[in-house]
Write a protein that binds this ligand. Structure first.
Ligand code: PEP
Ligand code: MN
Length: 343
């Protein structure tokens, strides 16, 4: 439930609403806005008797939040959330940002070289897993903290922001020491201890849709993060399991306009995991931007056949350049722009 205060409601009136909500046994979150203050009521998963609050002085209206998720919903907050990173990169505004990089960090030189090329092509955020969630326990699992240090050096050298995955709650804190965005992968979308820890962090979170998760489940997973206090969540559509074997996953582009209507959070698309096949990545990346995605996350490797993971879906650098030549044209057609690296 959301309590909208009248324009110019006094601090005492807001305080009285907060006290009343707490007396009912719920948590109150006052949210001062430009026009008026709203007070969110949290901790209920069903109906609350609004009559007592509706009658309080300074209250304009009480809006029931009808969805199972609260803080992530458009009912809770009408205007789009813009997640701003330290280097000025913004997700969720008018601009589109492109995240690119190898599936995994493989070495200090490699990540530095590719970072320079990606930045040159227009990417603002560098990706690369240091802790890899592999389907087989015998597959290579990533470079761990050494990989995080290599990413941090690439950030220093290029000014790009970095995003990398955390696999467990302690990993969330470790990744937050190095990265600008903590990635929570598809396999961990419903790992509640990981979500809660990310919710207590001050670092923005990239939450990827689970491979069999509904859109409601994705939004409820994001709710865990917001409920702990971290409002900076970027959602990511990365494909769901389907019955067709022509692609690794089925990139659900409908999720983009659906999420946009249900939630104020930004949503980007990952056409690399979404298709699993290099020559399908560019068409689906173009389609995702046309569908309204706030950004893309694309795997690029200097020499994909030699990649230690996901080579089959990684673009060659010249293909990435081709994509980056096309995306601004599509963005412009729908009134958006691609945010480019600052320098
Ligand atoms: C990744 O982006 O590196 C990754 C493992 O993706 P997903 O969680 O979508 O499988
Ligand atoms: Mn990958």
């Amino acid at each position: 439930m959301l309590v909208v205060m009248k324009h110019g409601a006094s601090e005492t009136e807001v305080r009285t609403v907060v006290d009343e909500i707490e007396k009912l046994g719920y948590e109150a979150r006052p949210m001062p806005g430009k026009q008026r203050t709203t007070v969110g009521l949290m901790g209920n998963d069903g109906d609350v008797d609004a009559a007592r609050i509706q009658g309080l002085s300074g209250v304009l209206e009480v809006i029931p939040v009808t969805k199972p998720y609260k803080q992530v919903s458009r009912e809770w907050r009408d205007s789009d959330t813009v997640v701003e990173l330290g280097n000025g990169v913004r997700f969720g505004g008018e601009e589109i940002n492109i995240i690119a990089g190898p599936c995994a960090v493989e070495g200090a030189e490699d990540i530095l070289d590719i970072a320079h090329q990606l930045k040159e092509a227009g990417a603002t955020v560098l990706r690369g897993g240091a802790f890899k969630p592999r389907t087989s326990p015998y597959s290579w699992q990533g470079l761990g903290e050494d990989g995080l240090k290599m990413l941090a050096r690439a950030r220093e050298a290029t000014g790009m922001a970095i995003v990398t995955e955390a696999l467990d709650p302690d990993g969330v804190d470790l990744v937050a020491q190095y990265a600008d965005i903590i990635q929570i992968g598809a396999r961990n979308m419903q790992n509640y201890p990981v979500l809660r820890r990310a919710g207590r962090s001050n670092t923005p979170v990239l939450l990827k849709r689970g491979m069999s998760a509904t859109i409601n489940e994705l939004l409820l997973a994001a709710e865990y993060i917001l409920a702990e206090g971290n409002q900076d969540v970027i959602l990511c559509e990365r494909g769901v399991r389907s019955f067709d074997t022509h692609t690794r996953n089925l990139l659900d582009l409908t999720a983009i306009p659906v999420v946009k209507s249900l939630s104020h959070l930004p949503i980007i698309a990952d056409p690399s995991h979404g298709t699993g096949i290099r020559d399908k990545v560019i068409p689906m990346a173009r389609a995702a931007v046309a569908a309204g995605a706030d950004g893309l996350m694309v795997e690029v490797h200097a020499n994909p056949p030699e990649a230690r993971s996901d080579g089959a879906q990684s673009l060659y650098p010249d293909q990435f350049q081709e994509l980056m030549d096309q995306i601004p044209v599509i963005a412009k057609a729908i009134g958006r722009e691609v945010q480019l690296p600052a320098s």
